[in-house]
Design a protein around this ligand. Structure first.
Ligand SMILES: [Cu+2]
Length: 149
C-alpha cells in the first residue's frame, strides 16, 4: 500500500511540475522574441494568424470603375487569386458595358448615367483585359487590366 502512495505522489509531483514549468517556458520564449527583434517579431505571427482567418472566410474586394468615351478609370486593378471580386461599373458618359475577358462576366449595355454590379471569383491567375464591347470602343481605348496573382 505504501508503494502505491509513493507512486501516486510522484505522479502528482510530475504533473504539477509540468503545469508549473510549461508557462515559464512560454514566458521565456516571448521574452526572447522581444529581445531578438523587438515588437515586430511578436506582431508577425499575429498577422499570419489573421491572414489565415481571412483566407478561411471569403475575401471580397470591391472596386468602383467608371467608364466614359473612351476610357475606364481605374485602368488597372489587382487582386490575389481566389478573391471574390465585386466591381461596380459606373457609366458616366455614353453607351457602354463592362466585360472581363477570360472570366465570362459582363454587364448589360447601358446608356449613362447607369450603375451595374458584377461579382465573380478570381480563380485564374493571369492578366485579363476588361473592356467595353460596344462598337469600336475597345479599340478606341475603353479597356483596362485585371491582374490576378
Ligand atoms: Cu463603350
Amino acid at each position: 500500500m505504501k508503494k502505491i502512495y509513493i507512486v501516486i505522489s510522484v505522479l502528482v509531483i510530475l504533473i504539477l511540475s509540468f503545469l508549473i514549468v510549461r508557462p515559464d517556458k512560454d514566458i521565456e520564449t516571448s521574452e526572447n522574441n522581444i529581445n531578438d527583434a523587438g515588437v515586430i517579431s511578436n506582431e508577425m505571427p499575429a498577422l499570419g494568424d489573421e491572414g489565415n482567418n481571412v483566407e478561411e472566410m471569403l475575401v471580397v474586394k470591391e472596386f468602383t470603375i467608371s467608364g466614359k468615351n473612351f476610357s475606364f478609370a481605374p485602368s488597372t486593378i489587382k487582386v490575389e487569386k481566389g478573391t471574390r471580386v465585386k466591381i461596380t461599373f459606373q457609366n458616366s458618359a455614353g453607351f457602354h458595358d463592362f466585360v472581363v475577358e477570360g472570366y465570362s462576366v459582363a454587364t448589360k449595355q447601358t446608356q449613362s448615367p447607369a450603375t451595374e454590379v458584377l461579382e465573380f471569383t478570381a480563380d485564374k491567375m493571369g492578366t485579363f483585359e476588361y473592356y467595353c464591347s460596344v462598337g469600336t470602343h475597345r479599340a478606341m481605348g475603353m479597356k483596362g487590366m485585371l491582374i490576378v496573382e
